[in-house]
Design a protein around this ligand. Structure first.
Ligand SMILES: NC(=O)c1ccc[n+]([C@@H]2O[C@H](COP(=O)([O-])OP(=O)(O)OC[C@H]3O[C@@H](n4cnc5c(N)ncnc54)[C@H](OP(=O)(O)O)[C@@H]3O)[C@@H](O)[C@H]2O)c1
Length: 243
């Protein structure tokens, strides 16, 4: 397979302040990509910016709350104002909630759906016209194995990731003619704050690391040949194969 350079491309990464998103931002910057990173915490984003600039990369911070339906347009407009184009969108930001489904509140349902499903949809809607103008682009959706599986006590999280998965499958078909590829990545346990919250019983050293997911992102972006991988399911080594 031939590989292509990402030098000078512009990528928007949501949830870039911590965990998987931070690792993706670093990996992209190492490839010469101009990265725009978003999250709610300005301080944490600025730390990432400082660390990336220190190693010679480029990183712009956009502080935004993806629970707000107006944020996606503001984020994409800021990206275009700062960088002039948008080639790659990584919908990574996500939140989790735990508990029996029938005890969940409407507020929890709306919050998870807003951040995990609606925001990626709205970001795609805002970003795609700029990708079309540039002659193509790539959208990477950081879903979860729960996008196709169902875990007890994670009902709303499961529903939100199934929604993201379904939306991505349709979108991939609708933008294929525009040379825009939509990939879904479905990881199992990755050592981040999120997994520490829901699975404190798991040893972080036995989980995947955020950099493992970042490597998959770089693989998908640099192997843009006639061989297309729609989705990648990836699990930690000590979980059951094919489970
Ligand atoms: N860790 C895992 O085992 C695992 C497995 C499969 C899939 N995933 C998925 O991978 C993605 C990243 O997860 P992670 O484990 O890296 O999580 P994490 O460490 O908790 O980081 C979440 C990121 O999203 C941002 N974020 C959260 N709520 C936001 C909001 N309302 N508006 C804007 N940004 C928001 C956070 O920044 P602020 O808090 O500053 O806003 C942070 O940068 C998620 O979509 C998750 O569902 C994770």
């Amino acid at each position: 397979m031939n590989t292509c350079s990402l030098q000078g491309k512009v990528a928007l990464v949501t949830g870039a302040s911590r965990g998987i998103g931070r690792a993706i931002a670093f990996a992209l910057a190492q490839q010469g990509v101009i990265v725009v990173g978003t999250a709610r915490s300005e301080e944490t984003l600025q730390t990432v910016q400082h660390e990336i600039i220190t190693v010679g990369g480029t990183f712009h911070c956009v502080v935004a709350n993806l629970a707000d339906p107006d944020s996606p347009k503001k984020i994409v407009d800021t990206t275009i104002a700062a960088c002039g184009r948008l080639d790659i969108l990584v919908n990574n930001a996500g939140i989790v909630a735990e508990g029996p489904l029938l005890e969940a509140t409407v507020e929890e349902w709306d919050r998870l759906m807003a951040v995990n499903a609606r925001a990626p949809f709205l970001l795609c809607k805002e970003a795609i016209p700029f990708m079309k103008a540039a002659g193509g682009g790539t959208i990477l959706q950081i879903v979860s194995v729960i996008g196709v599986k169902a875990y007890v006590n994670q009902g709303i999280y499961t529903a939100s990731k199934h929604a993201l998965m379904g939306m991505s499958k349709v979108l991939a078909q609708e933008v294929q003619k525009d040379n825009i590829r939509v990939h879904t990545i479905l990881p199992g346990g990755v050592a981040t704050d999120m997994i520490a919250q829901v699975r404190p019983d798991l040893n972080p050293e036995e989980l995947m690391q955020p950099e493992d997911i970042a490597e998959i992102v770089i693989f998908l972006l640099t192997h843009r040949s006639n061989a297309v991988i729609d989705d990648i399911h990836v699990r930690r080594a000590n979980s059951s194969p094919w489970f």
